[in-house]
Write a protein of this length. Sequence first.
Length: 136
Amino acid sequence: MNLYTNLKFVLFMTKPLYFSHDTSARNDIKLQRLKQVMGFEGIGIYWCLLEILYDNNGKLSNADVDVYAYSLQADPEKLLQVLNKFGLFVKQSGEYYSESANKRLGKMNEKSEKAKQAATARWTKKESVNFKEIQE
């Protein structure tokens, strides 16, 4: 394996490289309202916040809003506007989350867990077969 292949493997094993969303998301009334008020800057902030949310197990800390804004090179007030004004995120106990993103994240985690269990079962079976062969 070369360095590039190793890096791809590490990235694959540590966090998702993509997240699913509806191809008609642009037609969602909440996103239409966001675009009407903030233009594509607001849409960009929204999608970047979703990426951060996926990287943080479905939650965004209210205490880190300034860090998110710095990371996105966005005005913190605009970022807060996206988080609070359009019904795209829910704020609870000092954290923001997205109900629809968390549903998708749950499905993704469920698939990942099933794949992990299948791999564990497969390797356990191979190890037990090999162990029996060695004993004979």
